[in-house]
Design a protein around this ligand. Structure first.
Ligand code: NAD
Length: 310
């Protein structure tokens, strides 16, 4: 299977590294010049335990993708949410009617973007609990060793082909499974991120510091309620009690969520418009009030402005 990975950051590089190591035909596409140069020179260098292991594979910028390139069987998208549409526009030459697109981005609503490029029976949505960090261009560190991937095709017609992709991912050590309700998992993860990612970034706190404030319970309950209220209109019945318990389980760990890393540590734009912001937007569409999500989204954007994030 010919695989392209669009977005060779922390996660795209990780998935590329595993899939190439397992013997697949993999190409990477990325927008960051220094990252492209580093991967061209040394491959994707992954720190595994105390060892650095490089895996070489071709990498291109989106501008280099043209009709000379063969179309791919599987395109895995791992851009940040706000980069997805531009990336897909550039990749039209390698997307054919037979190309499956697997989306493992965090956040909500990506399927609406994907539908502009491929049919629903070729859109595979998913969530992953693997985690990875970039330590330098071309260099990644695996942030856990017990992740998984859960995927489902939006149309049952694509189930058999998606099962084959489950096997390819699992054979590459990525522990994948076919889900019968992936939208639930996507909403659940977005809801958890909508609480801890956004609030830790705003408060410049880790999960444990936030979780031990007097306000944590009330804030968590209200945000989860808004996600659940809107999710219902999108055909997803979030189990509020279970999600709240899951969020509270994170309050034991002094971990800085990725939005804190992006905004506070690296002054990079956040995915807030696809998390709390998406619930605010969808709430407006369905006439559901989401004052917490709206306020949090505006505050994150204000903080992006203050920090002069580009
Ligand atoms: P990332 O920021 O590492 O990479 C995304 C893109 O940004 C890549 O094209 C990368 O080259 C570019 N980039 C990274 N650092 C840059 C810099 N300093 N300057 C310019 N460009 C830079 O993103 P990611 O962590 O791989 O996340 C991709 C998607 O997967 C997101 O939707 C994220 O929420 C989701 N996700 C991430 C993790 C994780 O552990 N990192 C886990 C699960 C899901």
């Amino acid at each position: 299977m010919r695989i392209a990975i669009a977005g060779a950051g922390a996660m795209g590089s990780k998935f590329g590294w595993h899939l190439k190591k397992a013997g697949n035909d993999v190409i990477l596409i990325d927008t960051w010049d220094r990252n492209i140069a580093a991967i061209r020179e040394n491959g994707v260098v992954a720190r595994v335990k105390d060892e650095e292991i490089a895996e070489k594979m071709p990498i291109y910028s989106p501008e280099e993708i043209d009709e000379q390139h063969e179309s791919v069987d599987l395109l895995i998208v791992f851009t940040k949410s706000m980069q997805l549409e531009n990336m897909l526009n550039s990749l039209k030459p390698i997307i054919s009617k037979d190309t499956y697109v697997l989306c493992l981005l965090n956040g909500l609503g990506h399927e609406d973007v994907l539908e502009r490029f491929v049919t629903r029976d070729h859109i595979i949505m998913g969530v992953t609990m693997w985690a990875s960090m970039m330590t330098a261009p071309g260099h990644i560190t695996f942030a856990n060793d017990n992740g998984n991937v859960e995927i489902q095709c939006l149309d049952p017609k694509g189930k058999d082909e998606t099962q084959k992709i489950v096997k390819i991912l699992t054979d590459a050590g990525l522990n994948a499974s076919y889900s019968e309700n992936v939208m639930y998992s996507i909403w659940r993860k977005a809801c958890v991120n909508g609480v801890v990612n956004a609030l830790c970034a705003l408060l410049d706190a880790d999960c444990k510091q936030f979780g031990h404030t007097k306000e944590a319970d009330e804030l968590t309950r209200n945000i989860v309620q808004e996600f659940a209220d809107v999710a219902q209109y999108e055909g997803v019945n979030l189990d509020r009690k279970e999600v709240i318990e899951h969020v509270e389980s994170l309050f034991d760990t002094p971990h800085y969520p990725s939005m804190h890393q992006d905004l506070v540590q690296n002054n990079r734009p956040t995915e807030i418009d696809y998390i709390d912001g998406a619930v605010w937007r969808k709430g407006l569409k369905h006439s559901v009030a989401t004052p917490y999500c709206a306020f949090i989204t505006r505050l994150i954007h204000a903080k992006e402005d203050i920090l002069n994030v580009k």
